[in-house]
Design a protein around this ligand. Sequence first.
Ligand SMILES: Cc1cc2nc3c(=O)[nH]c(=O)nc-3n(C[C@H](O)[C@H](O)[C@H](O)COP(=O)(O)OP(=O)(O)OC[C@H]3O[C@@H](n4cnc5c(N)ncnc54)[C@H](O)[C@@H]3O)c2cc1C
Length: 359
Amino acid sequence: MARPREVVVVGAGIIGASIAWHLASAGAAVTVLDAGDAGGGATADSFAWINASWGNPEPYFRLRQRAMAEWRRLETAVPALNVAWRGGLCWDMPDEQMADFARQHGGWEYGVRMTGPAEIAVIEPNLLCPPRLAVHVAGEAAVEPRDAAVALLTDARARGARFSAGTPVSGLVARGDAVVGVVAADSVILADEVVLAAGAGTPAMLATVGLNYAMTTPAGLLAHSRPFPRILNGIVLAPGVHIRQTREGRVVAGANFGGEDPGSDPEVAATVLQRAKAMLKGAEGLALDFHTLGYRPTPASGFPAIGRVNDMPGLYLAVMHSGVTLAPAVGLFAAAEMISGRRDPLLAPYGVPAIARLS
Ligand SMILES: Cc1cc2nc3c(=O)[nH]c(=O)nc-3n(C[C@H](O)[C@H](O)[C@H](O)COP(=O)(O)OP(=O)(O)OC[C@H]3O[C@@H](n4cnc5c(N)ncnc54)[C@H](O)[C@@H]3O)c2cc1C
């Protein structure tokens, strides 16, 4: 019998956790290493809205739509994922754009509907001033992102994977053109395959094999209220504020800061939560508990970068924004590609562009 492929996954965010789960499920011998704990990077600071919403080219929409379907498969295998399929209600764009969204995504079978005040009042009965018009997608969802990464890794461990938290990887080990392992805790760990799912840590890792990887990490602040009786059904995307309520009842509110870094000022967080409060009936007692400032790992193209790096054997990269939405599909496709060599056609536009060497 052939020995299982030894794979080291660097990073235990939602992407590393999903790739590890799919690899372990397919029989690979998987070791996951993270400098911190499971789901603790951008994943922990994510709004975690699972969607294939407005504003993307069709190939990217198709990948996201498939990822939404793969969440359904994955939650059947790992019920602890607790995906909240509560739908999304959106009116943070002009009326014509909403109409375009409904027309285009309706044609793509996204299950999107234009709704008016009466229906909106049923979908979200606690809105103080329901809008005249909103787009509703019943099939959108959210997860508690850190819990989801932990659930995937716990299940991956039950399938034989090993996970080492608090283990920074200081470099990749190359032999000739190939990557053959990593250095962690002053030891070399050899592997048939190294998966880089290190989010914002990707450039530092690739620099250790002489590659100059450029990416951006736009900041995003989220205000979290104290747990509160259920006041929201699903995800609400209103002009100036996006809100949802977590499983434990916290209202999470985020705002678009026009690409600026909002900093980590508690007063900014209080203002963002105040916007949510002002929209909701019976929210007088809603109080800020804490806020997060996260950094979205984003390749220079703005789209995912998934696959081989400069054709180097033994190295597989997975870095992207919208990783919470994409994780189940990326995990499935990446594991299949590493094991069988077959690349899913949905990944065709999202290979890793050639990376220049450090000068
Ligand atoms: C404010 C905000 C809102 C967002 N909203 C959404 C949303 O609504 N929907 C959506 O789909 N996505 C959203 N995202 C994006 C999504 O959260 C990310 O795309 C996703 O979490 C990335 O996951 P990851 O596993 O690639 O990276 P991360 O979660 O950052 O995980 C990378 C891991 O690698 C580890 N690591 C790095 N370097 C090393 C090293 N050298 N050694 C060992 N470990 C290392 C880190 O400790 C970390 O745990 C949002 C992000 C933010 C910040």
